[in-house]
Design a protein around this ligand. Structure first.
Ligand code: HGY
Ligand code: MN
Ligand code: MN
Length: 398
C-alpha cells in the first residue's frame, strides 16, 4: 500500500462535512479509528506493535539478527487541533511507514531496530497540556498530575482514556534503548516555500506556553446598568487582548487569544466572568517570561480601572529546544537541506528535552497555513519527504 493509498485511508476520519477540517481529539471515536488504522497498516507490514495504557503506539521493524545497538525512532501524532488540517501530525506518521516501504524496496536491512511512534494528545486540544502523550512517556509529566485534568465538558482524563477502552494502569511505552528520534512534519510557516525547497531540517523550537486569564466582574442588566456603574470583565479582557497584540508586535514575538469562555454568555447581561487563554511564543525563555508578565501586568492595571479582578494561570509551558546541532548538520548534508527554526511545538521537542538526540524534517507547505482546514502540501513534496526520511533512517540505522 503506497503513501497515496494510506493518505486516502485517512481522508474522511474525523473530517467535518461543513468545514473540511479535522476533529481528531484524543480518546474520541475518530482517534480510536486512527489508532486501529495504525495497528492495521503496521501489523500488515510485519512490524511489532506496542500500544500503551494511554494509547501511545510504536511499531518496530527489528533487524534479522538480534541487535543491542540503540534503536532509531521516527513518527509523529495523529490527533488534531479543533477544525485542524490533514497534514499536521499524520504526514509524519504516514511518511514513516512509507519510508520503511521504500527502504525495503531498496533491499535495505537495518542493523538495529527502527520504530514508528504515535504519541497521543500532542495538540493538547482536549486536556490543555501540549504533548501530553510524549510528556508521560518521557516522565516530564506524571499520571498523578495529568489524571486531574478535565476537558471542556468536565470529563476527567482517566475517565476519557478508560472510555476509549484503554487502561493507564497497564503502563506506558518505554523509550529505553532509543538512540535517536527524527520527526517529519509539514512546515507550519513559509520558510521552505520562500526558499523554493521541498525539505528542511529543524534547528530549534521557540519556547511557548498557554496561560488561562480569569477575569471576574459583576453580572448585571445590559440595559438598566449605567456604563459608569459596571464592573465588566469583557471590557478588561478586550483591553488585555489589545495589549497582548501590541506587546507581541513591539517585541517581535507571538501572542494569541484564540479561545474564550463567557459566563453566563447572555446577550442582555453584563458578564460575571470571562475566561480567555493566551498562547505566547518567544525566541527565548526570558523573552517569553517578559512578554507574559507585560501582558498580565497591563491586564491587571486595566482590571483596577474597571473594578474587575484578573488572575493568570500557566497551564502548559514548553521550554526552548535546541536540536542536536551535529545531528541536524549531518541530516541536512544528505540533501543539502536548509536548517530552520520553528515556533510550533512538537513531540520531538519533548524527547529532545528528555535527552534523546532528536531531529526534525520539514516538508514544504505552499501557503504556510496550519491549524486550519486550509493546511496543504503538494503530493510531490510529500513523496520527496518520504524519500528524505528513508535516506535519513538509512543513515541513522547503519
Ligand atoms: O501548538 C503547536 O505549536 C503544535 O502544533 N502542537
Ligand atoms: Mn499542531
Ligand atoms: Mn504537529
Amino acid at each position: 500500500m503506497t503513501f497515496e493509498a494510506m493518505w486516502r485511508d485517512l481522508h474522511y476520519v474525523g473530517r467535518s462535512a461543513t468545514s473540511g477540517g479535522y476533529f481528531r481529539q484524543p480518546w474520541t471515536s475518530a482517534e480510536s479509528e486512527l489508532r486501529a488504522w495504525f495497528a492495521e497498516v503496521t501489523v500488515a507490514r510485519g512490524l511489532e506493535l506496542e500500544t500503551d495504557g494511554m494509547g501511545n503506539q510504536v511499531a518496530w521493524w527489528r533487524p534479522v539478527a538480534p541487535s543491542d545497538l540503540p534503536a532509531v525512532l521516527t513518527g509523529s501524532h495523529l490527533d488534531s487541533v479543533l477544525d485542524g488540517g490533514a497534514y499536521d501530525g499524520p504526514l509524519g506518521v504516514v511518511s514513516a511507514i512509507a519510508a520503511i516501504d521504500v527502504l525495503r524496496a531498496r533491499g535495505f536491512e537495518p542493523d538495529r531496530p527502527i520504530g514508528v511512534s504515535v504519541f497521543t494528545e500532542e495538540e493538547g486540544s482536549r486536556f490543555g497540556l501540549a504533548c501530553l502523550g510524549s510528556r508521560l512517556v518521557t516522565g516530564s509529566s506524571t499520571w498523578e498530575e495529568a489524571r486531574e485534568r478535565r476537558d471542556r465538558d468536565g470529563i476527567f482524563l482517566g475517565d476519557a482514556v478508560a472510555a476509549s477502552g484503554l487502561d493507564p494502569s497497564t503502563g506506558l511505552l518505554s523509550l529505553d534503548g532509543v538512540g535517536c528520534f527524527v520527526e517529519l512534519h509539514v512546515e507550519q510557516g513559509r520558510d521552505l516555500v520562500d526558499r523554493d525547497v521541498a525539505v528542511g531540517v529543524a534547528s530549534e523550537i521557540w519556547p511557548h506556553g498557554r496561560y488561562r486569564f480569569d477575569f471576574e466582574g459583576e453580572a448585571n442588566h445590559a440595559g438598566t446598568t449605567r456604563m459608569e456603574d459596571r464592573r465588566d470583565p469583557m471590557l478588561t479582557y478586550a483591553m488585555t487582548a489589545l495589549a497582548a497584540n501590541k506587546q507581541a508586535r513591539l517585541a517581535e514575538q507571538r501572542a494569541t487569544f484564540g479561545r474564550i469562555e463567557v459566563a453566563p454568555n447572555g446577550t442582555n447581561a453584563v458578564p460575571s466572568r470571562v475566561t480567555a487563554w493566551l498562547d505566547a511564543r518567544c525566541e527565548s525563555d526570558d523573552a517569553l517570561a517578559e512578554l507574559v508578565d507585560a501582558i498580565s501586568r497591563q491586564g491587571s492595571e486595566r482590571a483596577s480601572l474597571d473594578g474587575t479582578q484578573l488572575s493568570v494561570t500557566a497551564e502548559s509551558v514548553s521550554g526552548s529546544v535546541a536540536f542536536d546541532p551535529d545531528l541536524a548538520r549531518s541530516l541536512a548534508a544528505i540533501g543539502d537541506w536548509p536548517i530552520i527554526p520553528t515556533q510550533a511545538g512538537h513531540d520531538a521537542g519533548i524527547l529532545s528535552a528528555a535527552g534523546i538526540p532528536t531531529a526534525m524534517l520539514f516538508v514544504r507547505n505552499p501557503t504556510g497555513v496550519s491549524h486550519s482546514p486550509d493546511e496543504f502540501a503538494e503530493m510531490a513534496d510529500c513523496l520527496a519527504g518520504v524519500e528524505a526520511l528513508a535516506d535519513t533512517l538509512a543513515k541513522l540505522a547503519s
